[in-house]
Ligand binder design. Structure first.
Ligand code: NDP
Ligand code: 2IT
Length: 448
């Protein structure tokens, strides 16, 4: 266990005491605070102005009832959240997660991460996260629509293109953003495109947003390998999950000449040594909304491992793209032992503190989520830019911007890690770079 400098340890203990039972939030805060010792030495003004204490306290937290009726006419009640964490750099920005595991501690960890991630993009966006403990699995389109309408009926009063701009996350994709936007438009009588991102192409959405998180994560790996005089060409890769991030991670890995041999969902793992069939995966997940178990019905040489652990599959590059804490210390050791040389996190906080330690000590290229998956929110900011100017850019133009942003994030985190005496450590690089940008804005804006 790394030991926090005393002043920072005191702050961390206060955060824990003030936010009891929110384990994921504590974990995310601790990881950032562990990086900040040398920053406070270099910039004592951050301590004088209690920037760390302030940055750990969300600006606003909204918790609300979401009542709706299912297809049988039964009334259902869920709990909705929006944690508006920090708006020093721009309007609150961050996704919505619909998953039964959602509670305040998860939304707060995601909102906290988002603050630093958004700062890393260099775009004018603050950090927020929201969602509900709603389980979309097995629900009809009509049920999803009624849920989204009820959710937005409360949330709309807190949003606005200059105030708070949600997008998707687990369980929230283009369909949900459509229903949410429709209800916002109806309640406000405004076609305010910039209030949500991840909209459909043809009604204000930006090309490349759907692909952006996955593509961006692969650009980040490309950069991590480039500084090691290596490339993705011919590498064997494993990508966890089978949702939005996983699918477009696989697509870009294939474009870059890598081979992807496994993916997963919460029920099991598909191992396909011949290479994952991306077209089939898209059909099953995006069009038919089925389980990856069905993949094996189409490919007799693919294995479905119910309840399997994808990190047991030997690979050179691992891209966790499902959920938090999906790689523990044991998994990390197994990956390293099996020859893994690079890990980039499409998901938010997918590696436990033990797992992170294993990757850092092994000296492999490890790209933490707030750097590696920032392409999604960066492209959301590009969508906001297009909405503000009533413009729409081509796929190629937007993708080039995404590539530039990810290359820039890699360079900034790499350089900061060097500057603070931890060459190659992207955890330290990302935490410090993001923190300093937010902290300087907070200082400039006075006591906020
Ligand atoms: P999706 O809902 O599209 O896909 C989620 C995938 O992860 C599914 O395959 C799902 O399996 C699996 N999964 C979700 N929860 C769990 C769980 N508790 N245990 C095991 N597997 C799980 O979400 P996204 O692809 O959008 O998000 C994936 C990750 O990427 C999340 O961590 C998210 O925060 C992060 N992220 C997303 C961004 C975006 O733009 N969408 C941007 C940056 C980060 P199943 O279907 O069985 O539940
Ligand atoms: O975690 C994330 O960065 C997202 N879910 C995307 C946020 C956004 O506003 O595009």
């Amino acid at each position: 266990m790394s030991v926090l400098p005393e002043a920072i340890e005191t702050i961390f203990q206060q955060v824990k005491a003030r936010n009891p039972g929110e384990d994921e939030f504590h974990q995310a805060v601790k990881e950032v605070l562990e990086s900040l010792g040398p920053v406070l030495v270099k910039y004592p003004e951050f301590s004088d102005h209690k920037i760390i204490e302030r940055i750990c306290e969300p600006e606003r937290q909204i918790i609300f009832r979401v009542p709706w009726q299912d297809d049988r006419g039964e009334v259902q009640i869920n709990r909705g959240f929006r944690v508006e964490f920090n708006s020093a750099l721009g309007p609150y920005k961050g996704g919505l997660r619909f998953h039964p595991s959602v509670y305040l501690g998860i939304i707060k960890f995601l909102g906290f991460e988002q603050v630093f991630k958004n700062a890393l993009t260099g775009m004018p966006i603050g950090g927020a996260k929201g969602g509900a403990d709603f389980d979309p699995k097995g629900r009809s389109d009509a049920e999803i629509m009624r849920f989204c309408q009820s959710f937005m009926t409360e949330l709309h009063r807190h949003l606005g293109e200059y105030t708070d701009v949600p997008a998707g996350d687990i369980g929230v994709g283009g369909r949900e953003i459509g229903y949410l936007f429709g209800q916002y438009k109806r309640l406000t009588n405004r076609y305010e495109s910039g209030v949500l991102t991840g909209k459909g192409i043809g009604w204000g959405g930006a090309l490349v947003r759907k692909e952006a998180t996955g593509y961006g994560a692969v650009y980040f790996v490309r950069e991590m390998l480039r500084v090691r005089n290596d490339s993705l060409e011919g590498k064997t890769c494993v990508v966890s999950g089978a949702g939005n991030v996983a699918i477009y991670t696989i697509e870009k890995l294939l474009e870059m000449g890598a081979k992807v041999i496994a993916c997963s969902d919460s029920q099991g793992v598909i191992v396909h040594e011949q290479g994952v069939d991306l077209a089939l995966l898209k059909q099953l997940k995006e069009e038919e909304r089925r389980r990856i178990e069905d993949y094996a019905l189409h490919h007799k040489d693919a294995r479905y491992l119910p309840g399997g652990n994808i990190w047991d599959v030997p690979c050179q590059v691992a891209m966790p793209s499902a959920t938090q804490n999906e790689i523990n210390g044991r998994d990390a050791r197994k990956l390293v032992r099996n020859g893994c040389i690079a890990v980039a996190e499409g998901a938010n906080m997918p590696t436990t503190p033990d797992g992170i330690r294993v990757f850092i000590e092994a000296g492999i290229a490890y790209g933490p989520g707030k750097a590696a998956n920032a392409g999604g929110v960066a492209t959301s900011a590009l969508e906001m830019q297009q909405n503000a100017s009533r413009d729409s850019w081509t796929f190629e133009f937007t993708e080039q911007k995404l590539d530039d942003i990810m290359t820039g994030i890699h360079a900034a985190t790499w350089e900061t890690a060097e500057e603070f005496g931890a060459p190659g450590n992207y955890v330290i690089g990302a935490n410090i770079t993001g923190f300093i940008r937010v902290a300087n804005a907070m200082l400039a804006l006075g006591l906020i």
